[in-house]
Ligand binder design. Structure first.
Ligand code: ARG
Length: 271
């Protein structure tokens, strides 16, 4: 199975498009490279075919390949980024998939879509689609037309900032992670509408994060069978709950990527 990654050669915080980003708080090159290579090594160890796309100078968020788009069979649907700052990434990801033999299927330019940041497969033909922040609700109908044999489950994201919970969770993968082995969801309910939470609870078991856990992007984890790759942060409660369910958690240092609002899952595009 392939996973696309992008080495953080030009990774920095050049603009502020989410509440984790501050130009005053720049990531260290070495402290981002070391965990990035660790993740690369882990995927290789598990037998993934790790493909690389070169980072382009001036596109510091390209490292977050999860936002490249969405792959469905031999089709690649490129993202239409919400923020102008990230729109330059589109042609690079599009060219990569075109050169890899995929058919490119474009969404209309006025419809925002941020790829696997908001589109999470929970089985071969079931897709959760987070909308309301970076991805437009209108994407749902377009994806249904492109993937007629798939069930698309809309998940509305909401945000009510308070002094204690100031950060807006802007991609579904910042608040939701599916663990196929036990059909469990790691989820932060505060970022989802009550109906969306009801949907998630009807789909499987949930392990629900509190704000301080969610803020460290605990849900931006990756499950590989019984192994979970989880960003270091407020993790002890989750590790215990996951151990009880037969999982083994690898904690990965993500402090520098957190400065851009991303973590393990954001750095990985599975297809
Ligand atoms: N700085 C990036 C942005 O705000 C972070 C993207 C994180 N990616 C993700 N899949 N959640 O767009």
């Amino acid at each position: 199975m392939p996973v696309l990654m992008c080495r953080p050669d030009y990774f920095s915080v050049d603009y502020e498009i989410n509440d984790w980003m501050s130009r005053e708080n720049q990531p260290s090159k070495i402290l981002s490279m070391i965990p990035w290579w660790r993740l690369f090594g882990i995927y290789n160890t598990f037998g993934y075919n790790v493909r690389l796309i070169e980072e382009v100078e001036g596109l510091p968020d390209m490292v977050f390949t999860a936002n490249a788009g969405l792959v469905y069979k031999n089709k690649f649907i490129p993202s239409n980024f919400y923020h102008a700052e990230r729109r330059g990434e589109r042609e690079h990801f599009k060219n990569f998939f075109q050169e890899s033999g995929y058919e490119i299927v474009n969404l209309p330019p006025d419809v925002f879509f941020e790829g696997q940041g908001d589109a999470l497969w929970i089985s071969e033909n079931k897709l959760l689609l987070g909308y309301g922040r970076r991805t437009s609700e209108a994407v749902i109908e377009h994806l249904k037309a492109i993937m007629p044999d798939c069930e698309i489950i809309p998940i509305k994201m909401v945000h009510e900032p308070t002094a204690e919970k100031p950060k807006e969770f802007y991609h579904l993968d910042t608040v939701l992670c599916h663990l196929p082995m036990t059909n469990t969801f790691l989820v932060y309910p505060g970022a989802l509408s009550p109906e969306a939470m009801e949907t998630i609870r009807s789909l499987g078991e949930t392990i629900e994060a509190a704000y301080p856990e969610a803020e460290k992007l605990i849900c931006n984890s990756v499950a590989i069978g019984k192994y979970i790759l989880m960003p270091i942060g407020e993790t002890s409660r989750f590790v215990e709950l996951l151990n009880e369910r037969g999982y083994k958690v690898f904690l990965i240092e993500m402090s520098e990527f957190l400065k851009a609002g991303g973590a393990v899952r954001c750095l990985s595009f599975f297809y």
